[in-house]
Ligand binder design. Structure first.
Ligand code: NAD
Ligand code: G3P
Length: 337
């Protein structure tokens, strides 16, 4: 199989490595936005900026230049950009009249494109920009470094198209990487987006040393918020018990490799959102998705008090102590209401 991975950040690079490992043995073209980055990666066989200490397998070729020139002959296209790069990438694929299956790796909501619009999930962006594309999402609990090192990982291939789910399994399923299929793309995308927001909250919780009870409560109630929003958007409830729901929430909220969790830890130290983001050097999608999560929930009449608290913290309109008191001071209610 010839796989083109678009975007050479940490995750695009890790997934290129996973597909090209001898067990998979696919031919992989990794497209980088910056020509100088592509040249350096191709000659040193590493990605020092985004994934240091990982050696690229021989089957990975790193290229740059016009994206359209890298597309012909691909059996599968993987979009490894952040949400911010998804729309323009899909536009290029639509212009190039791509017929191969396409999957994105980004987890979040796109920022609203106009002042009165709501931010969109990735499959909603695709429906606007490239309605004819056979596409889906590859998601689930997965830190780039561990996947690049071939440590055991499970992912979920989500698409309404069976051909996309099958292509993702053919491309990535290997002894180190199990890929499950799921037709519920709404559930998988809501899980992937909301877990980032909850991971910021968990980082804050741990940074303030609120305790293990508090973290367990936060994750459980965070899962309830995620599920409520997902079901209101048309997802299946069982998806949130799966890899992209509970699985990715557990990983991102408790794993110290998470950039979103790090944002929460830095906010607990008193850093502003801007300072926290700047110190990461990588994208933390929860920072950009949190407001949209709350806006989409409000539009549907769904209560998401933890997500709302994260927005107030990121905006600097409430202190950690204030949001803690507000959350703990809510009226008693039934667990499943
Ligand atoms: N890193 C992980 O462990 C991991 C795992 C699963 C999913 N993801 C998701 O994958 C996506 C990418 O994350 P990452 O870790 O690779 O990020 P990163 O910060 O390591 O790299 C981002 C890459 O995207 C490129 N980029 C930035 N803005 C762009 C734009 N507007 N258009 C095109 N390219 C752009 C950058 O040049 C860089 O190559 C995110 O949505 C993230 O949530 C990451
Ligand atoms: O480092 P984070 O917080 O962007 O999380 C990375 C992956 O999404 C974990 O599954």
């Amino acid at each position: 199989m010839h796989i083109v991975v678009i975007g050479a950040g940490a995750w695009g690079t890790a997934m290129a490595c996973a597909a090209a490992r001898p067990a998979g043995g696919h031919r992989v073209t990794l497209w980088a936005r910056a020509p100088e980055q592509a040249q350096a990666m191709q000659s040193t066989r590493t990605n020092p900026r985004y994934l240091p200490d990982v050696v690229l397998p021989a089957g990975v070729s790193v290229v740059s230049g016009p994206l359209a020139a890298a597309l012909p002959g691909a059996d599968l296209l993987i979009i490894g950009t952040p949400m911010a790069g998804l729309r323009s990438t899909l536009h290029t694929l639509a212009q190039a009249k791509v017929t191969a299956p396409v999957a994105w790796l980004c987890k979040g909501f796109e920022a609203p494109t106009t002042a009165d619009a709501l931010g969109l999930m990735a499959h909603e962006v695709a429906a606007q920009v490239a309605p004819g594309l056979q596409c889906g999402a590859l998601s689930g609990p997965s830190f780039a470094l561990e996947v690049a090192r071939a440590q055991p990982t499970c992912l979920v291939a989500a698409s309404a198209h069976a051909a996309v789910r099958a292509a993702l399994q053919a491309a990535f399923h290997s002894p180190a990487l199990r890929v499950y299929a799921n037709a519920d793309i709404v559930g998988v995308e809501v899980g992937g987006a909301v877990k980032n927001v909850m991971a910021i909250a968990a980082g804050l919780c741990d940074g303030l040393a609120l305790g293990l009870n508090a973290r367990a409560a936060l994750l459980t109630r965070g899962l309830a918020e995620m599920t409520r929003l997902g079901v209101a958007l048309g997802a299946k409830v069982e998806t949130f018990m799966g890899l992209s729901g509970m699985g990715d929430l557990l990983l991102t909220a408790t794993g110290d490799l998470s950039r979103n969790r790090k944002v929460g830890l830095l906010l607990a130290q008193g850093l502003s959102q801007e300072a926290a983001v700047q110190s990461l050097g990588h994208v933390a999608e929860g920072v950009y998705s949190a407001r949209t999560v709350v806006q989409r929930a409000q539009a549907l009449g769904v209560e998401m008090p933890i997500a709302m608290a994260v927005v107030q913290l990121l905006d600097g309109t409430a202190s950690p102590q204030q949001v803690l008191h507000a959350l703990m001071g809510r009226d008693p209610k039934g667990e499943y209401v």
